[in-house]
Ligand binder design. Structure first.
Ligand code: SF4
Length: 104
């Protein structure tokens, strides 16, 4: 007899919001190739918008782009996707800085 599988709903924003973040305001641990985000290639920036689990790379319907390293989960996905194209720097935050996970 087959068991009925019930759908599971996960709210990622709620899970992420319980983490603790200590943002290093003096040193960005992630830097893009240009501070003018609009000048970055659409395809590469689009990857970051789609892949970042914390949704830190954003593109509004009018094309306006933003990125803020505060709230980074340090997963390295953006580094894997775009290092060598539009990601200039990806470093681990300094000691005592960055994310502290509350659930593992
Ligand atoms: S390391 Fe992960 S969470 Fe941080 S900006 Fe890159 S993709 Fe987003």
């Amino acid at each position: 007899m087959m068991r009925e599988l019930k759908p599971i709903s996960v709210n990622v924003e709620n899970l992420i919001s319980v983490n603790k973040y200590c943002v290093d305001e003096e040193h960005k641990h992630i830097e893009l190739a240009s501070e003018d985000l609009g000048s970055l290639p659409d395809e590469e920036f689009g990857k970051l918008v789609r892949l970042c689990p914390a949704a830190l790379y954003k593109q509004q319907p009018d094309g306006t782009r933003s990125f803020d390293y505060a709230g980074c989960l340090e997963c390295g996905t953006c580094r894997i996707a775009c290092e060598g194209t539009i990601l200039r720097t990806w470093e681990n935050p300094g000691p005592g800085m960055g994310v502290t996970y509350r659930f593992g």
